[in-house]
Design a binder for this molecule. Sequence first.
Ligand code: SAM
Length: 227
Amino acid sequence: MKDFLSTLNICKNVDNFVDYYSLLVEHAKKFNITAITEKKDVAIKHFKDSLAGLWLLPDGARVIEIGSGGGFPSVPLKIENNTLDFTLCEATLKKCEFLKVVSSTLGFENFTVLNARAEELGQDSALRESFDVAVARAVAPLNVLSELMLPLVKIGGRVIAYKGQSYKEELEAAKDAIKTLGGHVEKLVEYDLGGDVGKRCLVVIKKQRQTPLKYPRAYAKIKKCPL
Ligand code: SAM
């Protein structure tokens, strides 16, 4: 993995990525973390993809990740910029246990793992509208995701949603939700992971106004009647 990552030239802290890869492979099945375990696939589809948003995160930013799973994109981002202060929100306990093993093995500080649901954290007055940035990859369509993420971001902060090729359709369906929740689409950052992996897009939403208090709703309602 080390040689492979050096050749790819996608990260500075290669040793930490090698340790993370070992943990992923060791625990992938037990914790149901990822079906992708081949070195090249992990390096490109997980590590390189996660790092696509690195330049959008200011040093020292307070970042919340929704639906962390095995730690994508949060763990690669934290490895490459140790000043970021991360809170991870993951609904599955087993995945949280894995994330805590990763954090202690890599010696992370300011990296909090919460076994919680995003729609509950969004109604917690200690956390609501308190983060500079919220990130998420592969959790829900953008109209649903906006309701999970925007309530947690402070005014002036940003949501960064890692999306695949369906982003245009998702954006169209999420237009009203983003507006209602106090956001506006600031930019779309397209990138290409190369080969047959293909194109991806970061949807960057800036929060301009307070989110009405009734959002986020219970998850069943968000899914049944997305904004
Ligand atoms: N972000 C990771 C990635 O890109 O590999 C994991 C993606 S996985 C498909 C989605 C994760 O989101 C699951 O681990 C699931 O438990 C979590 N999740 C889904 N809805 C959630 C919610 N409302 N609050 C917190 N976690 C949630």
